[in-house]
Design a binder for this molecule. Structure first.
Ligand SMILES: C[S@@+](CC[C@H](N)C(=O)[O-])C[C@H]1O[C@@H](n2cnc3c(N)ncnc32)[C@H](O)[C@@H]1O
Length: 220
C-alpha cells in the first residue's frame, strides 16, 4: 500500500434496519470481484438492477430509522470533509440525502435502479438514473463522492473526483453489510486503478464502519 490509514476512536451507535435474507450474499461476491478484478458487465448490471428494483418498495420502511444517518454524518464531521459539489452514488431511496443536502451547494443522488429512485423520500435531491461504472459526470467534477453500502468503481472514482476530492465510504453494519469492503481493500483497489497513493481516515460508529479517503499529497 502506498498511502496511509489513520484510525480514529470509535463512537457508540446501532443500526436498527431490518436484516436481509441470504440472497444478499451474492452481492458480497459481486463487491469483491469488482474491487479485486474490476468485473462488471451487462449481465451483472441486469442482475443487480433486478435485485434492487425488487427491494425498492420496502427499502425506506425497512431501513429508515432515527440513527440511520449517524455514521455518514460522523464520517463527514470527523473525517473533516469539505466541498461544494457532492454526489451520492447508489443512493437507493435517498434516506441519507435528508441529512446531507444542506451540507453542500449542490447535491445529486444517482442510482442504477429506477424503482429505487421512484420510491425516493419526500424532498429528495435531483435524481439521476445511471450506472456507476460509467458516470455521466465530467472529469474532476465531484468534490465529495458518497458510497454507502454501494459497490466501488475505482477508475470512475479516480476520473470524477476533483484533485482534493473526498471519497466517503460507509458500511451501515460494518462487515455484516452485504456490500462491504474493509478500508484496506478500498485503498488497495483505488491505488491499483489509479497508480498513486490514497490516504484514509477510518473509524466506526457502533457496528457501522466508515472511511474518508483522499489522494495522498505529493510532498516536494
Ligand atoms: C445496498 S443499496 C444501498 C442504498 C443506500 N445507499 C442505503 O444505504 O440505503 C445499494 C444501491 O446501489 C445501487 N446500485 C447498485 N449497483 C449500482 C451501479 N452500478 N450504479 C449505480 N447504482 C448502483 C442499487 O440499485 C441500490 O439502490
Amino acid at each position: 500500500m502506498k498511502g496511509k490509514i489513520t484510525r480514529l476512536p470509535s463512537s457508540d451507535g446501532k443500526d436498527l434496519a431490518t436484516r436481509l435474507t441470504p440472497v444478499t450474499h451474492r452481492m458480497r461476491e459481486v463487491t469483491n470481484h469488482l474491487a479485486e478484478d474490476g468485473i462488471w458487465d451487462a449481465t451483472l448490471t441486469e442482475e443487480v438492477r433486478q435485485l434492487f428494483d425488487s427491494l425498492a418498495e420496502e427499502w425506506t420502511a425497512t431501513r429508515d430509522h432515527p440513527q440511520r444517518n449517524l455514521p455518514i454524518l460522523d464520517a463527514l464531521n470527523r473525517g473533516k470533509v469539505k466541498g461544494q459539489v457532492a454526489l451520492e452514488l447508489g443512493a437507493g431511496t435517498c434516506i441519507s440525502a435528508r441529512d446531507l443536502i444542506s451540507k453542500f451547494d449542490s447535491f445529486i443522488a444517482m442510482d442504477l435502479s429506477l424503482a429505487m429512485l421512484n420510491n425516493a423520500i419526500e424532498n429528495a435531491p435531483p435524481l439521476v438514473c445511471a450506472d456507476g461504472s460509467a458516470l455521466p459526470v465530467a472529469n474532476g467534477a465531484i468534490d465529495v463522492l458518497i458510497l454507502q453500502n454501494m459497490f466501488l468503481f475505482p477508475k470512475e472514482v479516480e476520473r470524477c473526483l476533483s484533485t482534493e476530492g473526498y471519497l466517503v465510504w460507509v458500511n451501515s453494519r460494518g462487515p455484516e453489510t452485504p456490500i462491504h469492503l474493509p478500508v484496506e481493500k478500498v485503498v488497495h483497489s483505488l491505488e491499483s486503478a489509479a497508480g498513486h497513493g490514497w490516504d484514509a481516515i477510518a473509524s466506526t460508529l457502533g457496528e457501522a464502519t466508515w472511511a474518508v479517503i483522499q489522494r495522498s499529497k505529493v510532498i516536494d
